[in-house]
Design a protein around this ligand. Structure first.
Ligand code: C2O
Ligand code: CU
Ligand code: CU
Length: 425
């Protein structure tokens, strides 16, 4: 329910049967009766109340990925709801428009619970006048795409234990919005796609199979300063990207969204409709959507926090340690910017990609391997993917107090202990 300044939701985690293939039901989870979850729509300035309900037969938590909330409602692994438990939380939304998400975070079962279907979107809206020129009709020209990959056994059942991989569980079947063999039908005009990579471990390099360009308009924490024309976007687990695609000039009746290996992620079919959102390309590409800046002072500040990501499989560590629920690893003062240096340390075996995620705040990327970050990293971010050997600097400021998590968002790495606590006071 909504009344402008207040909004309330009930989110129930529950078991359900899902027939990914007709006639073959799997044991899965979901929020509010569905696989995945409802879209939680919030406005900047709103007071939000959420009733959390755990109807699973196991512990879970409710984490708001990307939301700037006090540590005691952040839903990390220390805020468990036991089977049958309920809890009311409240917070005020105080950040710009963005596409965020929520998911469980119980240690060490995040990978399993997300894989089984617990993940939902959060949209934050604000009164950014220029953004009003973008398509924003939910379900018509503003569409969510939740990308996941899962494996099914010979009975077409979902089985996490069989699929599980210590280096990150990937599946042989791609799903969009919880569907196997997905298909999208859109008006042949300008369409906004809000993409979430909710896969446990897969990194996507998305493009269209006709090679067409599109506008990248937003990343994790909201709008980029300006739309950026691209022909491909990279998405590590938990990252969000919003893109604007002009389908009006595409020849034929469909185009495919594909991964770098050519695998079709989503066929997009067109219907001609007078409802199509038409906007001239020039108008879109010159829109000022945001004003995220790294100040000269922030550029010169020395790193006061260091985070080293290392290892593979069961041997992953963060700053040489594994997660301990009783240990505070880092401390920072509220409302004070610090520079963090994150390093993905190469091992004898080379190493692997680690998407670094920080709770409770949106950070600015200061540098990638000593250089200015590329434009697509110049907005607010909550996750940054590091290749083996890479080093990045980020400017971190928390607006709330409490204990938060930092971790690798390859969910099996997280479950294997690649996670720590930061106390903000
Ligand atoms: Cu997507 Cu610790 O979270
Ligand atoms: Cu998070
Ligand atoms: Cu990792």
């Amino acid at each position: 329910s909504v009344d402008g300044h207040h909004v309330s939701y009930t989110i129930t985690a529950q078991q359900r049967k899902t027939a990914f293939y007709p006639g073959h039901k799997s044991d899965t989870f979901g929020y509010n009766g569905n696989l995945l979850g409802p879209v939680v729509k919030l406005k900047k300035g709103q007071n939000v109340k959420i009733k959390l309900v755990n109807h699973l037969n196991e512990d879970t938590t409710f984490h708001w990925h990307g939301l700037e909330v006090p540590g005691d409602v952040d839903g990390g692994p220390d805020q468990v709801l036991k089977p049958g438990e309920e809890k009311n939380i409240s917070f005020k939304v105080n950040q710009p428009a963005a596409t965020l998400w929520f998911h469980p975070h119980p240690s060490p079962h995040t990978g399993e619970q997300v894989y089984k279907g617990l993940a939902g979107l959060i949209y934050i809206e604000d009164n950014n006048k220029n953004a009003e020129k973008l398509p924003h009709e939910y379900g018509v020209n503003d569409l969510p795409l939740i990308l996941q990959d899962k494996s099914f056994d010979s009975n077409k059942q979902l089985d996490y234990e069989k699929a599980k991989n210590d280096d990150g569980t990937t599946g042989n079947t791609g799903l969009v919005n919880g569907k196997v063999d997905p298909k999208l039908t859109v008006n042949k005009g300008l369409v906004r796609l809000r993409i979430l990579n909710a896969s446990n471990a897969r990194v996507y390099h998305l493009k269209f199979d006709n090679g067409m360009k599109f506008d990248h308009i937003a990343s994790d924490g909201g709008y980029l300063n300006k739309p950026k024309k691209v022909s491909e976007i990279q998405m590590a687990p938990s990252e969000r990207n919003e893109i604007l695609v002009d389908f009006s000039k595409v020849k034929g009746d469909h185009v495919n969204l594909v991964n770098e290996d050519g695998k079709v992620i989503l066929p997009i079919h067109f219907i001609d409709s007078h409802q199509s959102f038409q906007a001239s390309d020039e108008k879109i590409s010159t829109l000022n959507l945001n004003n995220v800046k790294v100040s000269p002072k922030e550029k010169e500040m020395k790193a006061t926090k260091k985070v080293v990501l290392a290892g593979m499989g069961q041997n992953v560590t963060i700053n040489g340690k594994k997660f301990d629920k009783n240990r505070i690893d880092l401390k920072q003062k509220v409302n004070k910017t610090e520079i963090w240096e994150i390093e993905n340390k190469k091992g004898a075996m080379g190493g692997m990609v680690h998407p670094f995620h920080l709770h409770g705040t949106q950070f600015k990327v200061i540098s990638v391997d000593g250089k200015n970050p590329p434009e697509e990293m110049q907005g607010y971010k909550d996750t940054i993917s590091l290749n083996p050997g890479q080093k990045v600097k980020i400017a971190v400021r928390f607006n709330h107090k409490g204990i938060y998590m930092f971790h690798c968002h390859n969910l099996e790495h997280e479950d294997n202990g690649m996670m720590g606590h930061i106390k903000v006071s």
